[in-house]
Structures are given as structure tokens and as C-alpha cells.
Design a protein around this ligand. Sequence first.
Ligand code: 6GU
Length: 224
Amino acid sequence: MRIDIISVLPELMESPFQTSILKRAVDKGIVEVHFHQLRDWSQGKHRQIDDMPYGGGAGMVMMVEPLDKCITQLKSQRDYDEVIYLTPDGQTLKQSIANHLSIQQNLIFLCGHYKGIDQRVRELHITKEISIGDYVLTGGELAACVLADSIIRLVPGVLNDEQSALSDSFQDNLLAPPIYTRPEEYKGLKVPAILLSGHTAKIEDWRHEQAVQITSDKRPDLLD
Ligand code: 6GU
């Protein structure tokens, strides 16, 4: 998988890909992440990428030309499965979206800033708009990192134990059951006896019951 991320602040996104599981995915060659400084596609010495909105109003608009040039150049080099604009007015990210994106080859992420992008960029290039929740961030960069993380961990070979992505919370619309490790008792709190019983089938039943109970307590909306 290859992800191209277009941003005015690419530095903001470096460390998540230089640490831990995402770094290993990059080092193993399973994913490639390429950052593109949008200002490199702007005109003139001021490297302007935003301008005032036609019709007036507060805030600046990301200009169509640098974005179109950057995306057109990328598209001339390979076919992209999706060109994703990270914006608070996009579709809210869910596990099912990450699952779908994790089986694609080439993705472009465009990080929004200011009031957003000129509408014509959407018409020319954007195939999907994603938000990471109902709150506003200063820009799409942190959202792009969240989206990339949610996708990359699902790509085969990234996690050591591929089972562990399948048993995540949300993969079956249930939150995860409680988990324990040593010691068997701590400050009088015991590990549930069933987990020490060795009865694999009964343990699976218990975990499922717990997952349903916890989901109905904390996130009943997931059971609808
Ligand atoms: Cl994708 N961008 C911004 N700026 N704010 C957000 C977001 C994205 N998702 C939630 N809030």
C-alpha cells in the first residue's frame, strides 16, 4: 500500500510513522508513506496556497491551482483508489471504513486547513471526505495520522498476530471483553475463575457474554 499525504504542515505527521508498529510496517516495505508540501506547488515567492473567499466572509480558502497541480502530478504517476479529503464535514470514520481502505493499493490524503478547500478541488479530484469525529481540529493533519494508523494496522503482515485485529473492539460491533494477566490476585482482586479453567469453548462464551454486557452498558447504540 502507498499513501500520499498532501499538507502545508507535513512535519506535524512525521513521528507517528517513525515509531512502533507504523514504523515497522514502513521498514518492512508493507506500506509507503510520502509527504507532499503543498507550498511546493504554489506560484511566486510568497508560496501562497490560500486566499480570501469570493463573496466575503471570515477565514481563508485553500486555492484550487496548487492542489490541482499536486494531485494531477501524483495521478499521472499511478492510479489512485481514493483521493480522501480530511475535513470535519466528512463522513465520520468508523471501523468499516478503515477495513475497506486497508485493502486498497494507492491512497491520497489531503489535509484541510483554514476554512477549507475551493469547491472545484472536490469536483475535480476528491472521491471521499472523512472526519474523525464531531469536534474541530486546527487542521486535517492529526486526523490524517489517525486515519492512516487505523488503516495500516489492518494491512496483512503489519500486526504480528493477525488474530488480534480481528478480535478488536468494533470488528463485530461489540466492545472488547475484560482482559487480565499475571498475577491471579492483586489487592484482593481476582482474575475470573473461568479464565483459569482451560475450557476454551466456555471461555469464548464468557468473553462474548461480557462483550455484549459491556457494549449494552457503555455503547448501546452499537447494538441497534
Ligand atoms: Cl478531518 N479535520 C479537522 N480540521 N477537524 C476535524 C477533523 C478533520 N475530523 C474531526 N475534526
